[in-house]
Ligand binder design. Structure first.
Ligand SMILES: NC(=O)C1=CN([C@@H]2O[C@H](COP(=O)(O)OP(=O)(O)OC[C@H]3O[C@@H](n4cnc5c(N)ncnc54)[C@H](O)[C@@H]3O)[C@@H](O)[C@H]2O)[C@H](O)CC1
Ligand code: K
Length: 500
């Protein structure tokens, strides 16, 4: 198995790679299928070495064909194999037909799947639907998927969990929940966005020996944004002679009455990510409270827009939105910021206000969660979540700059001609209030230290997710709160983990 590549592809691109490999590179289709089956069986046997009884559920296409190869390898390894076929096996064609014939010769007769309970097996192999899924799952395929999910047994999905949309990660009616997905030739976008992270389990990749030049001619649909790849080389270097002004000055604006926590956390995150100076513009009553709790934050009470202009002038980057509210106070401050010539990070209520009066800028990073994204595109959350990369691209097109669409598999969409990056780190423990405030401060601090809006967004998302994973690793996901991430931001922001 090779290390997961960065590139993510749509199903039709992978099918084109299949075609090129067969028709132009001269690789026999059956060899690809045999390698696919071999890679799947190797991953299964390595993870469940004590499995004795395995059920392989095959569909009517080449995904099923892969399954027949797996069944034969499992039998050769001495397991008791039951082969289920969904649909009519006599209609198999091409490589899948060849694979089924080889299985029959080895004494493996496919049984039609007729609602059998799959709980009696040690291991299930989902070879039902792959990149050929063409819509809502119907017929006995639906029953088979429901049975696999009900069985409560480990499932190894061939290429894609059946029922999952390869491009968007949407569940088309019903989809298999797998422990491992062994995918081939190209990583599918849908495994890393939408419901993909939940349904795919661990993703294992095999290139089936298809040469890299086959992919080189195409533009990836997206790229994986992983902390271990992004952090070391992306963080701004710190000169030994650095002075506090040299590491940038971030101004965070927000914290309307009763919402001071948000602006404080954004400010602390900016400081922990290495900004040299961090100022806050918030309600008068909040400033002394924050200054007492965080003496390294310069908290200013601001009641009117005109009080803000000088603070904005002194800052390198402005983050606006944490706890801003949508009342007159917040609106007045946002108005000032919108006309000031400072790069911006726009979050939370500032996004809701922006949605009321769309504008475009090249030098801002918008960081909506799915609800805010729906307002920015004047649509429903369901539409956003059904195709997250399309939603991020839509926001970037309407508002320009960089869009960070938060949620499981955060999407970073920079310039329209660039493929989006999809974060593969982070955990459900981070789905709590305030995590977004941290991300706002992190991205602002990286921009203040010289990273471009897109680089700051990518690195900030990777740093935020890595800190969330580190904090969860220390004490569990349940009960994780944003301030647990702060010490980790500092450690991870120093590539050697803080060593001098
Ligand atoms: N040489 C190659 O092409 C290789 C392909 N690989 C594997 O092949 C699949 C793609 O195979 P394909 O035959 O194009 O489609 P599928 O097997 O994924 O599905 C077709 C199968 O499913 C039925 N079906 C389609 N949509 C639905 C639906 N909504 N509800 C119910 N049933 C549906 C359809 O009737 C057919 O029977 C790819 O994923 C790989 O696994 C090899 O891995 C590499 C070589
Ligand atoms: K499958």
């Amino acid at each position: 198995m090779t290390e997961l590549p960065a590139e993510l592809w749509r199903a039709e691109q992978v099918r084109e790679f299949d075609r090129i490999a067969i028709e132009e590179e001269g690789i026999p289709g059956f060899r690809l299928m045999s390698w696919a089956g071999r890679a799947t069986w190797a991953a299964a046997a390595a993870r469940w070495p004590r499995a004795r009884r395995v059920a392989v559920i095959c569909g009517g296409g080449n995904n099923g064909g892969d399954g027949y190869v797996v069944a034969r390898l499992a039998q050769e390894a001495g397991l008791e194999v039951t082969l289920f076929h969904v649909g009519d096996p006599t209609r198999l064609t091409g490589d899948a037909f060849t694979a089924a014939q080889a299985a029959r010769k080895a004494g493996l007769e496919p049984r039609p799947y007729e609602g059998d309970d799959l709980g009696e097996f040690d291991l299930l192999v989902d070879a039902l639907l792959g990149t050929g899924l063409n819509g809502e799952v119907h017929g006995s395929a639906r029953a088979a998927i429901e049975a696999m999910n009900k069985a409560g047994r480990p499932v190894v999905a061939v290429d894609i969990p059946s029922g999952l949309h390869a491009d968007t990660g949407a569940v088309l009616g019903v989809a298999v929940g797998s422990s491992v997905t062994v995918t081939f030739i190209g990583l599918k976008v849908g495994l890393f966005t939408g419901e993909g992270p939940d349904r795919a389990g661990e993703v294992v990749f095999h290139d089936l020996e298809v040469p890299a030049r086959v992919h080189a001619m195409a533009r990836p649909a997206a790229t994986r944004l992983s902390a271990d790849r992004e952090l070391p080389e992306r963080l701004p270097p710190r000169a030994r002679t650095l002075h506090k002004g040299g590491a940038g000055h971030v101004l965070v604006i927000g914290g309307d009455t009763g919402l001071l926590g948000a602006v404080r956390m954004a400010g602390e995150a900016a400081a922990r990510t290495g900004a040299g100076l961090v100022s806050l513009a918030t309600r008068h009553t909040h400033a002394p409270l924050i200054a007492a709790a965080c003496p390294f934050l310069m908290a200013h009470g601001v009641e009117r827009g005109e009080d803000l202009a000088e603070l904005v002038e002194r800052a390198d980057v402005v983050a606006v939105g944490p706890g801003l509210g949508q009342e007159l106070w917040g609106r007045a401050l946002l108005e000032v910021v919108m006309t000031a010539g400072r790069p911006l990070v726009v979050d939370a209520d500032a996004l809701n206000l922006l949605a009321e009066a769309p504008r475009q800028r090249a030098d801002w990073v918008l960081t909506p969660h799915p609800g805010e994204a729906a307002r920015l595109l004047d649509t429903e959350v369901g539409v956003i979540q059904s195709d997250r990369t399309a939603a991020a691209a839509g926001i970037q097109e309407r508002y320009q700059g960089v869009c960070v669409l938060k949620g499981a598999g955060t999407v970073v969409q920079g310039a329209a001609e660039e493929p989006p990056a999809i974060a593969v780190d982070g955990n459900p423990g981070m789905a709590v209030g305030g995590m977004g405030d941290l991300l706002t401060g992190i991205i602002a601090a990286l921009m203040a230290q010289g990273l471009s809006p897109e680089a700051a967004a990518r690195t900030g998302v990777a740093l935020h997710a890595a800190a969330g994973d580190a904090a969860a690793g220390e004490g569990g996901e349940r009960g994780l709160v944003p301030t647990d991430l702060l010490p980790w931001l500092r450690r991870l922001a120093n590539p050697e983990g803080g060593a001098p």
